[in-house]
Design a binder for this molecule. Sequence first.
Ligand SMILES: Nc1ncnc2c1ncn2[C@@H]1O[C@H](COP(=O)(O)OP(=O)(O)OP(=O)(O)O)[C@@H](O)[C@H]1O
Ligand SMILES: [Mg+2]
Length: 329
Amino acid sequence: MKNIVEVQNVKKYFPIKTNMFSSFNLGKRNYKKVLDGVSLLIPEGRVSVLVGESGSGKTTLARIILRATDPDSGSIIFDGNDITKKAGQDLRNFRKQAQMIHQDPYSSLNPLMKVFDIIKEPIDIFYKQYSKEQRIKKILTVLDEVYLKPSSEFAEKYPHMLSGGERQRVAIARSLVIEPKLIIADEPVSMLDVSIRAQILDILRQLSIKRKITIFYITHDLITSRYIGDEISVMYAGNIVETGPINEILSNPLHPYTQGLLDAVSEPKFENIDKEKIIRIKNFDSIASESGCKFINKCPYSMDICKNEPKLKRIEKNHNVSCFIYDKK
Ligand SMILES: Nc1ncnc2c1ncn2[C@@H]1O[C@H](COP(=O)(O)OP(=O)(O)OP(=O)(O)O)[C@@H](O)[C@H]1O
Ligand SMILES: [Mg+2]
């Protein structure tokens, strides 16, 4: 299986602003390790999920993959090319191939523009050679594809005339119109009514099947990820702690953090999980450790060795976990 994206050991530390209170802590760290050596493969034409709690670094990773932010170190390989340092025309060519859909469908569309012009904008930037007729045809086709029908009517509407779900579909149509290879959807349904979440996820899923577009779906919600995903990576405090096929991970979670995430889920579909694999996270409010295993303060199985930094290891075919419990004795 070809990987459209390879994230290689990416680090991003953000400085913590000092104030009169933090001056008492002089000499202590003054940065936050938001991504602390993240490596990740996104296979082409599939739906990969990145799951993790708020603040774990998901959006930062997405922004780095899209070159909206530079990493401090590490590389991003896109379709076989290292794009980490690309600039000028090379960067523009890359931008045409990778798109982002944001969480908030209310602020991501220009309220003063009609749907037609919102979708036309990226064509004007990336496909200048298109004739007027070609542009109109493309815009109506993508509107059909996200089920905003009749497309000629929706094209004439302004964002305030649309529901949240319809706006999110316009956002998808807008990213689709330049025929990207990758769409990163960062919590695309979390602000929408539960009843329409499935529609949006279905549309994304269909794009991966019909158009072979790779979808990287970011969420903190395991239930929706099960609905849409092929593979999943679990992130905790700037590290990937477990990756693998989604059905495998959700029925046989190995990392204590993943097992703890499943504790919060009560869904009939999850009933084939071995109940012993579900644990209760300790010290729920404690913060992630700065060194060694970041999960040590919350882990019911923590051992002395966990003061060292665990590495992702393959346990079974395609199932990797970063936890000392699985070290060969
Ligand atoms: N530009 C920045 N400057 C300083 N700190 C930042 C910056 N961007 C993100 N952070 C910090 O990095 C951490 C991770 O942020 P990020 O937005 O990547 O998390 P997330 O996993 O997407 O969370 P959520 O689920 O809430 O969207 C947070 O603690 C955040 O405050
Ligand atoms: Mg985020």
